[in-house]
Write a protein that binds this ligand. Structure first.
Ligand SMILES: [Zn+2]
Length: 136
């Protein structure tokens, strides 16, 4: 059984994963997760767009203890990724060696199973991984 997304409307999986963002019809600013109103100007005419296949790591930390409600593996990286198009998103980060994460690294969006639900079905979520990690 293919993984189900942790929540509908957050990301696409194929052909290349992208985040589903809201884009304001008035001020044209993107926001993530998409909401029904613009968090910048308050307009309620917000469309959907996709972006974020790649980005640049802005800052990060390593989480060693699972926060309440988190069912995935620890440790994991957590931080902010700057996307082309002017959006900075909060994201889980994965890397073969989390200690090698560095500000300014080129990152790529990845969608993969994160945990299994109560019925043992895989549940997928997004994360950013260093571009170099996928070449090895
Ligand atoms: Zn707006």
């Amino acid at each position: 059984m293919p993984p189900r997304p942790i929540r509908e409307g957050l990301f696409t999986s194929t052909p290349q994963p992208e985040l589903i963002v809201g884009r304001c019809a008035d001020c044209h600013q993107p926001h993530f997760p998409a909401s029904d109103f613009c968090p910048y100007c308050g307009a309620d005419e917000v469309g959907r767009d996709t972006m974020g296949a790649t980005g640049t790591l802005y800052l990060h930390t390593i989480v060693n203890t699972a926060p309440p409600g988190y069912c995935g593996p620890v440790p994991y990286g957590f931080g902010l990724v700057d996307l082309p198009g002017g959006l900075r998103v909060v994201s889980r980060l994965e890397a073969p060696d989390l200690a090698l994460l560095q500000k300014g690294m080129a990152m790529r969006l990845s969608v993969a199973a994160l945990f299994e639900d109560a019925d043992a079905n895989p549940v997928s979520s997004w994360c950013y991984v260093p571009e170099t990690a996928e070449d090895s």
